[in-house]
Design a protein around this ligand. Structure first.
Ligand code: ADP
Length: 307
């Protein structure tokens, strides 16, 4: 069955300044332009594993939009992307300094995702089995209707649903009570520690994950270099450690993790096996620069990431 991923595609401009950013300074920086967007990254990692995937997104009718869609198509992602003339494709400037990252995003065409886009895509995909929604769609007031439609449409079509919690800051700003209300009844929630804390008020990820099973049937909390934690309504609660790797760039680790988890769970793997595969993909992502996988593995197999 096909996984339908719903959310953003962006062009990321990663800026690594030589010195701290100060008003009026004439600083130097390393600048790298790479493809990104949480949903697009997860879709690319799904395709890399050989999992059939469609990305529902929107772009501007511009060179950036064409390039982003061409790359994804080349990577094996089926793209259902409406083009919006006169609106730029989304982009993000990431300023990375001393282990801290500041992001500034131009929402562009990403917020123009509409409920009809979801319906059209799901009607045209008779082999769809699972919907994965990046919560950025829900957390922006302009695209919120499309996010809510994705959750409702998945239920109507009898598809399982997962949500990536996307951003602790945006969850807080939106109001976590409202967010939990929207997410109630989903099959799987994927969150990092900050997002789990924002949603529950629990500082420790174990209690946070346990509390979140009131909202989602299954919960995965990402713990960075420490691995990830699983909790579900059947009472399971365990951690799987991360593979020790030399981290080159952690951008997109969470998005790759989600793709590993979804590939395993949608093909019937048990939770522990799924968390292990998710960790393998997360570790693969931190070993490469940028948020996307390299060329597809032959036959869709996941190459060994041991070193
Ligand atoms: P996010 O980017 O969404 O905050 P994390 O940073 O927790 O998510 O990364 C997601 C997953 O990627 C982790 O659960 C882990 O499996 C893997 N990962 C992240 N950072 C490292 C690291 N330094 N070493 C090994 N694995 C990592």
């Amino acid at each position: 069955p096909r996984t339908v991923v719903i959310g953003h595609v962006t062009t990321d401009v990663i800026v690594i300044p030589a010195r701290p950013v100060v008003d009026g300074d004439d600083n130097e920086a390393a600048v790298r332009i790479t493809p990104g967007g949480q949903a697009a990254n997860t879709a690319a990692w799904l395709a890399w594993q050989g999992t059939p995937v469609t990305l529902v997104t929107s772009v501007g009718d511009d060179a950036d939009g064409r390039a982003r869609i061409a790359e994804l198509t080349e990577a094996g992602v089926d793209c259902a992307a409406r083009r919006h003339p006169g609106v730029p494709t989304g982009s993000v400037v990431v300023v990375s300094f001393g282990g801290r990252r500041t992001m500034m995003s131009q929402r562009g065409a990403n917020v123009l995702l509409a409920p009809e886009d979801i319906d059209v895509a799901l009607i045209e995909l008779p082999d769809a089995g699972h919907v994965h929604l990046s919560a950025y769609v829900l957390l922006d007031p302009v695209s919120r209707a499309a996010g809510l439609r994705a959750l409702a449409a998945a239920r109507e079509h009898g598809l399982t649903v997962s949500v990536d919690a996307a951003s602790a800051e945006l969850l807080r700003r939106t109001g976590t009570r409202r967010c939990l209300e929207w997410l109630r009844g989903i099959d799987l929630l994927i969150a990092n520690e900050d997002e789990a804390r924002a949603l529950t008020g629990h500082d420790r990820p174990g209690p946070a994950a346990g509390a979140l099973t009131a909202t989602a049937r299954q919960v995965a909390v990402k713990l960075g270099a420490r691995g990830a934690l699983w909790a579900d309504r059947d009472g399971a609660l365990f951690t799987v450690a991360a593979r020790p790797v030399d981290a080159v760039d952690t951008t997109g680790a969470g998005d790759a993790f989600a793709a590993g988890l979804l590939t395993a769970l949608t093909s019937g793997a048990d939770a522990r096996t799924a968390l292990r595969l998710a960790g393998e993909l997360g570790a693969a992502a931190v070993r490469v620069t940028g948020a996307r996988p390299g060329p597809r593995a032959p036959g869709g197999a996941v190459p060994a990431t041991s070193q």
